[in-house]
Structures are given as structure tokens and as C-alpha cells.
Design a protein around this ligand. Structure first.
Ligand SMILES: Nc1ncnc2c1ncn2[C@@H]1O[C@H](COP(=O)(O)OP(=O)(O)OP(=O)(O)O)[C@@H](O)[C@H]1O
Length: 252
């Protein structure tokens, strides 16, 4: 039986200058997978996501997303960027922010009832529908993250790419984001970038380490030596007990 991959990179090399940021990257993420990219600052994680979205073009190698080119697949990929360019004080409602995810090239500036219904469904998904008409600026950090995830969901994606979804939120909020992402993973493939190996090792089935080269590990392989390899000498050790099997993943 052939395996269905949502993300396939073969021999991808890319550099902003002559110096490559990513070198000969090979990667396959199966449909339904929950995978994470980890690695040191400047290791090329965000660059890898931008290549997957077709926002950057590889110097060598090929990228297949949802069985087609990144450009063609883009409408079926929900993307939450690392730092939202949205001014947190900008006077927009929660609904306005989610509707931004429904905007298409050449689309009108007004939104149809269908758009509004779809945006409300996404807010229900992240348990924020009662706040649809609240000002975005009045929300907590964790609620803002949820709204941005709802915006990424608004295009009804088959694949969700999240760049640092847990930055600037406290452990309790991280836990609720974690629960929410696991629920979403029942319906779509998720790839997230995170510095937080503690968070990642609880959630995902495989960890993709990016530091110019790329290595994929099952989360069960994560240990102090490997973490040092990923992040360099000075790092916080994260202990976790976690097993992966074909039937899914579970905690000891
Ligand atoms: N637009 C750009 N022009 C030139 N160099 C860039 C550009 N964007 C990123 N870089 C460089 O490419 C390298 C990889 O950057 P990237 O943002 O992909 O890393 P990252 O792993 O996401 O880092 P972080 O964890 O800090 O977000 C870095 O050395 C960065 O300085």
C-alpha cells in the first residue's frame, strides 16, 4: 500500500546568499501526522516553512505539498506566522481577524455570510465564539494565539503550519493549546515549529531537527545528548517519558 505524504522535500538546498541556510534536505510527513520542527536560532526553521508555502524557491531539489506544487497547495494550507504583523492595539474585532484568513487574491473587501459562518465555525473550534465581537486588543496573550490559529483555520486547510504557537504564553495556556491542537490533528496534518522541546515531546509523533542539515527522530529518542546536539552546549534539559508505536503515541 502506498503511503500518502502531505509534505515531501527531496534534496532541497536554499540560501539567501551564496551560503546555504538549508543543505540537501530530505523530508516526508505523512497525511495525519503531527510533527514538529525544532532547532537552534537561525537554524533555518522558518525558512523551511516559507519554502513549503512557496514564498521562497529552492536553489536545488523539489518540494511537493498535498501532492502538488507549494503555490497550488497554498490555498489548502493554514499558516500561522511566528510574529503576527498585526498590531495588538489595532482596533479590530476578533471576527475581523479571523475573516482575514478568508481573504483571497482579487477578493472583495467585504465578506459574505458564508465567510462569516466559516469564521464563526473556526472560533468555535478554538472555543472563542462568545468573544467574536470583542476587541482583539482586549484579549489575553493565550486568547490572541487562539484567534490567530482560528485565522489559519479559516481557509479550511488540510494541513496546518504553525510557527512558534506557544511563544509568550504561560504553561497553563500551553496545555490548553496542546489539547486543542491534538483535537485538530484528528482532522488535519499539523507541522509546528517550536523552541520548546518539553511542549513538543508531549504532543508530536516525530521531531524534525533543523540546523542546516535535517534529521528526523521519533520523540522516544529525545534525550540529553540529542538535545545538546540540537541546541549546542548550553541548554535546558527536558525530561520526558514517551513512546511511539504504530497505534499512536502514549505517555509512560
Ligand atoms: N530575508 C532574509 N535575508 C537574508 N537572510 C535571512 C533572511 N531571513 C532569514 N535569514 C537568515 O537565514 C538563517 C535562517 O533563518 P530562519 O529565520 O529560517 O531561522 P530559524 O531557525 O527560524 O530561527 P529562529 O529560531 O531564530 O526563529 C539565519 O541565519 C537568518 O539570519
Amino acid at each position: 500500500m502506498s503511503i500518502d505524504y502531505d509534505i515531501e522535500l527531496d534534496g532541497v538546498t536554499f540560501g539567501y546568499t551564496r551560503q546555504p541556510v538549508l543543505n540537501n534536505v530530505r523530508l516526508q510527513v505523512e497525511k495525519g501526522e503531527f510533527a514538529s520542527i525544532v532547532g537552534p536560532n537561525g537554524g533555518g526553521k522558518t525558512t523551511l516553512l516559507k519554502l513549503m508555502l512557496g514564498l521562497l524557491k529552492p536553489d536545488a531539489g523539489s518540494i511537493t505539498m498535498l501532492g502538488t506544487t507549494p503555490e497550488k497547495a497554498r490555498l489548502k494550507i493554514g499558516y500561522m506566522p511566528q510574529y503576527s504583523h498585526l498590531d495588538p492595539q489595532f482596533p479590530v474585532t476578533v471576527m475581523d481577524v479571523v475573516l482575514m484568513g478568508r481573504m483571497r487574491k482579487g477578493a472583495m473587501l467585504w465578506h459574505s455570510k458564508k465567510d462569516r459562518d466559516a469564521a464563526m465555525e473556526c472560533l468555535e473550534e478554538v472555543q472563542l465564539s462568545p468573544m467574536a465581537h470583542h476587541m482583539y486588543s482586549a484579549l489575553s496573550g493565550g486568547q490572541k494565539q487562539r484567534v490567530l490559529i482560528a485565522r489559519a483555520l479559516a481557509c479550511k486547510p488540510e494541513l496546518l503550519l504553525l510557527d512558534e504557537p506557544t511563544s509568550n504564553v504561560d504553561p497553563e495556556v500551553q496545555q490548553s493549546l496542546f489539547d486543542m491542537l491534538q483535537k485538530l490533528n484528528e482532522k488535519m496534518t499539523i507541522l509546528l515549529v517550536s523552541h520548546d522541546l518539553g511542549f513538543v515531546s508531549q504532543v508530536v509523533k516525530s521531531v524534525i531537527c533543523v540546523s542546516r542539515e535535517l534529521v528526523v527522530h521519533p520523540t522516544s529518542e529525545l534525550n540529553g545528548t540529542l538535545i545538546k546536539e540540537i541546541y549546542g552546549g548550553d541548554c535546558r534539559l527536558v525530561r520526558h517519558d514517551h513512546r511511539c508505536s504504530e497505534g499512536g503515541h502514549c505517555h509512560d
